[in-house]
Design a protein around this ligand. Sequence first.
Ligand SMILES: [Zn+2]
Length: 173
Amino acid sequence: MTPPPSMPINYYEVLNCHPSDSIEEIKKSYQNLVLKHHPDKQNASGNQNIEQFYRIDEAWKMLRVPEQRKKYDAEMKQRKFDAEPIVHAKVYRQDFNFDSESQNFIYPCRCGSFFVLPDDCIESVNCDSSVINSSDDSKSNGCNENNDDDEIYIECDECSFVVQLLSNSTRSR
Ligand SMILES: [Zn+2]
């Protein structure tokens, strides 16, 4: 996955280290890199190296101050979040309506298409609505569900919208 163009320079990458590295480790890496890329060490050819040197210097100046590093880390984390699919709505299983044409439980999307309830969620809809009880039930106790906390995301058929499926569980958290 290539980062979007707005992605800032990854200072950790520049310094050849990881966000989990201690400041000593980062400093060591920085010092090694600076020695390698220092303009004084370059001959006339070193244009690219000077650029790289400045980038290394900039990265170190950012990460060596704990508050700045913290802020930078938080920003990077947030950007990662932003890259996740956008949840367009949170819906309950009973919000899905049975579509007799497609034999699916569907929920309308803004784009005019639909979110289709995955097969493995349909059973619980039947159980909860308690209306569909006509067919003979071989397993009388098939309604117990133990994955209430699972986060289920359903993508629209046509566009990139995503809904988060919430369980019917009435218990509060
Ligand atoms: Zn859509």
